[in-house]
Design a protein around this ligand. Structure first.
Ligand code: KIV
Length: 274
């Protein structure tokens, strides 16, 4: 008799249960080694399309493709066994119709093995969120500052700075929650509005540059580790790995140039192939 012992991952109902309870800990993650390091400490890892900027040096997320998301989604799934993994749907892969969104989201789920997808948009996306969730694909929403709409918004701008903007943003949050999303990211949003939405809707809100009152928080991992030379203002840095990596690479380069590899001769003989 053989037994396959599957490690239990955090589930969508587990994340929902964070509403009005313990905050949901989320970070972005794009590759296997970091997934392994984060796995036990976060509830949810997001393979965000911010990987276009962070991993690929793009200026916006608009050039990110479904294939890129799938490649990084697979890596994060291979590196983790505990946290719930959500993969972002990139620009152009879901806006056209619920059917197109379903086909592309199903590809992400099937090819990566992740649990859920995330999509940017409010009321206009509610029908798509409902279509996917009713067909077995959990959806995380994302409203407020939505980077895929940068060209329409004229840049990355905090949303809800004036009270006149609030009703439309609140309507977006309610529409996505009522359509069946299991959680929603509130990005770049005026603090009192994010706190109000958190009180008003029945699903967990996950803030980024929004409010401490949200039901959870997410940051781009590289921003909080000090790997981004220009992180957003709201990001608290928990480490400063940029200078540490530079110091290590400088030391390595000096060793290579000096033909100095301390300790190697004790471990194995390096053979010179002539
Ligand atoms: O792409 C991303 O990393 C995101 C988070 C910032 C929420 O959408």
């Amino acid at each position: 008799m053989s037994a396959v012992v599957a490690t239990k991952r955090v589930t969508v109902p587990d994340i929902r249960a964070h509403k009005n309870s313990k905050p949901v800990v989320c970070l972005t993650c794009y590759h296997a080694h970091t997934a392994r390091l984060l796995d036990e400490h976060v509830d949810l890892m997001l393979v965000g399309d911010s990987l276009g900027m962070v991993m690929h040096g793009m200026e916006t997320t608009l050039g990110v493709t479904l294939d890129m998301m799938i490649t990084h989604g697979k890596a994060v799934m291979r590196g983790s066994k505990h946290a719930l993994v959500v993969v972002d749907m990139p620009f152009g892969s879901y806006e056209e119709s619920p059917q197109v969104a379903f086909r592309n989201a199903a590809r992400v789920i099937q090819e990566t093995g992740c649990t859920a997808v995330k999509m940017e948009g409010g009321q206009r996306l509610a029908e798509t969120v409902q279509y996917l969730t009713q067909r077995g694909i959990p959806v995380m929403g994302h409203i407020g500052l939505t980077p895929q709409a940068t060209n329409v918004m004229g840049g990355f701008k905090t949303q809800g700075r004036t009270h006149a903007e609030w009703p439309a943003i609140e309507a977006d949050a309610k529409a996505i929650a009522e359509a069946g999303a299991f959680a929603i990211v509130l990005e770049g949003m005026a603090e009192p509005l994010a706190a109000k939405i958190t009180r008003e809707i029945a699903i967990p809100t996950v803030g980024i540059g929004a409010s401490a009152e949200c039901d959870g928080q997410i940051l781009v991992m590289e921003d909080m580790l000090g790997l981004n030379p220009n992180p957003p203002k709201f990001v608290r840095q928990y480490a400063n790995l940029g200078p540490e990596i530079e110091r290590a690479v400088k030391a390595y380069a000096a060793d290579v140039r000096d033909r100095h590899f301390p300790g190697v001769e004790n471990v194995y003989q390096m053979k010179r192939v002539s």
